[in-house]
Design a protein around this ligand. Sequence first.
Ligand code: RRO
Length: 580
Amino acid sequence: MPLPGQFYMLAAERHWEEDGSRPFLPRALSVADAASLDDGVRLDFLIEGIGPGTDRLCELKVGEGVWVNGPLGNAFSTPSKLHHVWGEIDPERDAVQPAGAILVGGGIGIAPLALLRRRFSDQGVPSRVLLGFRDQAHSGGLEDLFACCEIGLASEDGHVGHRGYVTDLLSAMLDGDDAASAAVYACGPPPMLDAVADLCLTRDVPCELAMESPMACGYGACFGCAAPKPDGGYLRLCVDGPVLRAGPAGPVAAGDSPPPAVAEASSGAAPPATPPAGSRESEGPSTDDADAVDFCGLKLKNRVINASGTFDAIAARRVYGGALLEDFPFSAFVSKTITLKPRAGNEPQRIWETPAGMINSIGLPNKGLDGFLAEDLPQLAELPVPLIVSVMGTSREEFARLVDGVGGREEVAAIELNVSCPNVHSGLIVGEQPTETLALLEALRSLTAKPLMVKLTPNVADPAAIAVAAEEGGADAVSLINTLKASAFDPVTCRPGVAAGHGGLSGPAVRPIAVAQVRSVAAAIDLPVVGMGGVSNGADAWELICAGATLVAVGTESFRDPRAGLRIADDLSERFAKPS
Ligand code: RRO
């Protein structure tokens, strides 16, 4: 059962990517209501068709299948919890007994408030509801969701209730006698949330906001749903939110997020979600020793690993708990690329859906070498598979310090040298020129006995020439392809889809290019090749193996299906078992 404020990733099962076109990614939707049934849970969502993904969901017919991943994210706190946290933040504030909750919603964003109001009513928490709509077309009887309680309505066109903004109603309510002891919960468009936060902060009223952002995965893997933190850097709304606490310099992660693996449902923290069950044939073959493979001396249980930066095992473990480790989706884990110094990553918007794929401009957010070794490595060492750490430097010296730093740690089985990030200035230069690649490998080779794998870019005329240079320099393997440099423009605003103006294209759209490049690289060198690029199923993985790959990495598909690696490994296992 979801908690109020949590969300699900939804995609129509059939024709979701008919003809390889949009919609490609699932859509994040807050749950509006939920009920326990004898044979499961009923979930209600409010969906407004505003683009290919929501349009497709609105077209669903009775009986059609839907991919459902969730519940995800953190939940609203109770007023007493919120007052308690608020009191700790503001020591000047007198302890107050919370009188109740004020729920403020705007447009379609009111969805999570319906479930919240019902939960508060079950818990005996008095709540008042204020709803605002732009016009009649955008209200559509949504207030009926709150039919059982008293609500204040506002509309910009005056068709219902107060003519104006819902925040006018909130302002008046907060100026009432019991304002200090209220707690405010809001969802709606960003300008409304800003206005609500301002009203509450100036009156010292505790306030939580449910935020929205484009996201590809919902469980911390894609780094797309970045929201600025007041003290610099970004948080990920899917795992640090979507419910945030209003703060003087901007919203901050609510105390309970990200959800711990074991949580009290009443605390506002969420219990771990269950990885979607339908995504792997439960009766299908399980991989066994017949699927095992030696890769640069590492004994892997099958040929399927993850593409760097497309699966955050630490965040995924917080979301899915121990289940993730019991059935880990990959036979080796490749970390997101780390750099010497911490990086916040690129400003949002960071992702943009394209036909059969997506553009990312994440910009390498990471804790830097020291932060990685101190905080992430101990957790990654608990994974049940060998760990490959991906590193990127802006100079040979930086690469050397990174290789030295991670190579000296026994938890690390191998190192990937990312010479192909399309989103970082200088990220590509080494990987674009064979002489630079050779010189880099010659500088690094003597620093570690661990396998060195070079991640190649597809953004050059002849990737095989770079692979040959890597081999000559002493690399043990190559991996390809990284994403293809790409841009998209929003047809409504005429602005670039990602804030940086360009990013890296991934997903099924790039697969034929990956197949061609894996083929030419594998033919040019004697090293094992990790092939990746748009692999969504076993047939795609098999094609890369036919082209010469030893291992196959799954990237963007894990955003849509956290268990894609298992599904693909099962399918590959069957294909290898069949006599050719
Ligand atoms: O973080 C990124 O923006 C990123 C990296 Br490091 C990479 O290697 N490839 C990519 O598509 N994005």
